[in-house]
Design a protein around this ligand. Structure first.
Ligand code: SF4
Length: 208
């Protein structure tokens, strides 16, 4: 596969998409294709409060900032955090997600990338120990610890984002078992995973 020019930076939210599906990442962030389905619309509506920039005091020594712009010069990342809580001088990223906690790591990677951006701006680059994901569907707040493994995974996802963004065409559709993600994907009408896989199988001579 040939390659195109590597972008200067990637967005933090695109890492979530890449972990979910590289093909979706390519459509959405390289080709700027987006289709809205019920899940996308529901997520947009549920996110309205945290997408308004603002600051509010939560009590003594506690401050909450919504829709904060983050960036990292060293990692070439930029994007918005839903909420950053400051508790006794410690910064804690909080991401709101519609639906319930899934079995994939994509939300964790996005949150950890926010922490990496924040750490770059902390005195002495102090490490942030954890953040939270609030799942609106189940009203559950899940603590995510920024372990060495999650940090490693996040850094490798960032590197992969640059290599996929440099491809000349979209990666192939997801195979089993990951293709269970396809039925809820808003880009399915554009991606046509079953049809593409059928054509690929025919080309390989596996099917008539
Ligand atoms: S339909 Fe499946 S393969 Fe296609 S973009 Fe969506 S998740 Fe990826």
């Amino acid at each position: 596969m040939t390659t195109r020019m590597v972008p200067d930076s990637v967005s933090i939210s695109s890492l979530n998409t890449l972990e979910y599906c590289p093909r979706r990442f390519y459509y959405q962030f390289v080709q700027c294709d987006m289709l809205v389905n019920e899940f996308v619309l529901e997520g947009t509506l549920q996110h309205q409060r945290v997408h308004q920039p603002g600051k509010q005091s939560m009590g003594e020594g506690e401050m909450q900032t919504t829709h904060l712009y983050l960036y990292s010069e060293t990692l070439h990342l930029s994007g918005f955090a839903d909420v950053i809580e400051e508790q006794g001088g410690m910064l804690i990223p909080i991401e709101y997600k519609h639906g319930r906690q899934g079995q994939w790591l994509n939300d964790y990677v996005q949150l950890c990338a926010q922490a990496l951006c924040l750490e770059e701006r902390q005195p002495g680059n102090a490490l942030i120990s954890h953040g939270y994901i609030y799942y609106l569907g189940s009203r559950r707040r899940v603590q995510v610890n920024f372990t060495p493994e999650l940090r490693e995974k996040t850094l490798s996802t960032i590197a992969r984002a640059f290599s996929v963004a440099a491809l000349d065409k979209a990666p192939p559709p997801l195979d089993a078992p990951l293709d269970v993600r396809c039925p809820n994907c808003s880009l399915q009408p554009l991606c046509m995973p079953d049809e593409v896989k059928l054509l690929q199988a025919r080309k390989r001579g596996n099917l008539q």
